[in-house]
Design a protein around this ligand. Structure first.
Ligand SMILES: [Zn+2]
Length: 165
């Protein structure tokens, strides 16, 4: 059961637990019993490590299971408060989900753009390769074309050298 610890107000006398110790005063933080106060066993089966105690990550089982409600019903204002808290949490969670989705979409767009750019470069290389092939074929048919300045010097690299030898 979720709960929060409370100081015992004047006028309330804690009952004795089964083990003979006085009970602690607690308040529920669960929906069905929100903010209802109750008496609870004070002793637990073992001491949790100090760090776990601070973070409330470990809740040792009770030594006894004494529990007794003080408030018999959830107060109307507490019911409203619980609903407000629940709506508030839902709103925060919706915001987190929306931001996460936005980020995923942004990452997808970046990947798509990279793919498109890579495909474009590939297509450009193919066009250039085809152009180079045509140029080499033309040169083989007419070796004088190079000297006439049809292509810039260096354009055909090694091929041009062997053609000139
Ligand atoms: Zn006890």
């Amino acid at each position: 059961m979720g709960y929060s610890h409370m100081a015992i107000p004047a006028g309330l006398v804690p009952p004795m637990c089964f083990c003979g110790d006085p009970c602690k005063l607690e308040m529920s933080d669960e929906e069905e019993t929100f903010r209802r106060r109750y008496w609870m066993y004070a002793n637990r089966a073992f001491d949790p490590p100090e760090k776990a105690l601070m973070e409330e990550t470990i809740e040792p089982p009770p030594l006894c299971d004494f529990e007794e409600w003080i408030d018999k019903e959830v107060k109307e204002k507490d019911r409203e408060w619980f609903n407000e808290l629940r709506d508030w949490n839902a709103k925060i969670n919706a915001g987190i989900v929306a931001r996460k989705k936005e980020e995923e979409q942004r990452n997808e767009r970046i990947v798509e753009e990279k793919c498109r750019a890579a495909a474009k470069r590939k297509a450009e290389r193919e066009v250039k390769l085809a152009r180079a092939k045509r140029a080499k074929a033309a040169l083989e048919e007419n070796p004088d074309a190079l000297r006439k300045g049809k292509w810039p010097s260096g354009w055909l690299g090694v091929k041009r050298c062997s053609a000139e030898i």
